[in-house]
Design a protein around this ligand. Structure first.
Ligand SMILES: [Zn+2]
Length: 410
């Protein structure tokens, strides 16, 4: 009968709205903490980090997945902003570029204090929630940003870095990346080298979250085994639903469960459906799968907004988070499970990382072996084969004379 068809259609529409209303009610109390957003990289490539020019106004910023009105509409209450520098800066200006990306994040907080507040701990996130501001944290994406130096690692911590992704899409001299699993790169550290293990230990001591997005499966397992605190995957999805090596396989998901760790699901179409097109519902499938294998406490969101070129229909920008939450409610996720995925799981991991940290413990000091440092443009001060610090002009002249004599020029 025609009447009942309309009635059912009406019921369907009302139910749809109900889940959306319910999502908004939940998110007013527990906004989303997203694990990975590349807006700082966009600010570099679009404006060379000039925030004061007219087009860079974050209230009206166009052609990005992220701006202030979209963050507000999406109930984003916490954001790990990515301090990212590409792999081609490795052994070159990676540290400088990382510092500049941390600087642009901090200037965002300074310029828009009514929207952003830069925080460095879990209490700061909770306080930002109460104030209705976006808790802004620094995630450094790629171990090449520390340039194989524990001193740089510690200094980045002091500047606000609260997670470090052990690799981007390249090996560091101490950790292997996911391209090792596709055969495009060679395994060099078999997961983590001895120095890589020191990096992980030092991150535990400092209270920097270990991020395993982008690393090889061997590196995932080595870090999960070694870390005394839970870890995160700041923007990775489930391998068993889309066989892309950037995703997390089920045996690793079980380790995630055993260690109280967290997978923040990436929305990039290529990792969601292994195709150019994807849907919001397929993202929910990844969340369902991780919940099934690793538990509801292991699920989070790491959209990778402004870091990817293709996003699912229905999740086109950061304003769409309530639609994804409505879909989880439609799939009978409980309110506690949804609040966990939104923020509470990340807060639990972050608090555990803070508890494990111990600044009274002695820092790791053993430098990476000289032979493992790459690139010819670096100096080797501190290593035995390096020239002495107090080399005198006379000594320089003497060695110059030796060289010239050797060449038969004197
Ligand atoms: Zn990434």
């Amino acid at each position: 009968m025609q009447t009942s068809w309309w009635l059912w259609a009406l019921v369907a529409v009302c139910t749809g709205d109900q889940f959306r209303d319910e999502a908004e009610r939940i998110m007013r109390g527990t906004p989303v903490i997203d694990g990975h957003n590349d807006l700082p990289w966009r600010l570099l490539t679009m404006f060379n980090n000039r925030l004061q020019i007219e087009r860079a106004n974050l209230t009206s910023l166009a052609n990005t997945h992220t701006n202030i009105p979209k963050l507000r509409a999406g109930f984003v209450g916490g954001q790990f902003w990515s301090a990212y520098t590409p792999c081609d800066t490795q052994n070159k200006d990676a540290v400088k570029r990382t510092l500049e990306q941390i600087d642009v994040i901090q200037r965002m907080c300074q310029m828009y204090p009514e929207t952003f507040v830069c925080v460095t701990n879990s209490a700061g996130i909770r306080q930002a929630f109460r104030e209705g501001r976006v808790a802004s944290l620094v995630g450094v994406e790629g171990g090449h940003s520390i340039d194989s130096s524990l001193g740089v690692l510690r200094t980045l911590y002091r500047l606000g870095m609260r997670y470090l992704t052990l690799t981007h899409s390249c090996n560091t001299p101490w950790a292997d990346n996911w391209l090792v699993d596709t055969g495009e790169d060679k395994a060099e550290s078999q997961g983590l080298s001895h120095f890589g293990q020191s990096v992980v230990k030092e991150m535990n001591r400092l209270g920097v979250i270990i991020d395993l997005a982008h690393v090889s499966v061997a590196t995932m397992k080595a870090a999960l085994r070694l870390s005394t605190a839970p870890v995160i995957f700041s923007h990775s999805s489930a391998y068993s639903l889309c066989q892309h090596r950037r995703n997390v396989p089920d045996d690793v998901l079980r380790l995630v469960n055993q260690t109280g760790s967290l997978v923040m699901v990436n929305f990039y179409n290529d990792y969601v459906s292994c195709r150019q097109e994807a849907t919001l519902s397929q993202v929910a499938d990844h969340l369902d799968h991780i919940k099934k294998v690793a538990g509801a406490g292991a699920v989070g969101f790491g959209g990778d907004f402004d870091g990817v070129s293709r996003l699912p229909v229905g999740l086109e920008d950061v304003s769409k988070y309530p639609d994804l939450v409505a879909e989880l409610l439609r799939r009978r996720w409980t309110e506690a499970e949804v609040r966990g995925a939104l923020a509470n799981n990340l807060l639990r991991v972050f608090e555990a990382v803070e508890q494990v940290s111990d600044h009274t413990q002695s820092p790791e000091e053993e430098p990476i072996p000289a032979a493992q440092l790459q690139a010819s443009c670096r100096t080797m001060y501190g290593y035995s084969e390096a020239p002495s610090l107090h080399r005198q002009p006379g000594a320089l002249l003497a060695s110059l004379t030796t060289v010239l004599l050797g060449l038969g020029l004197l």
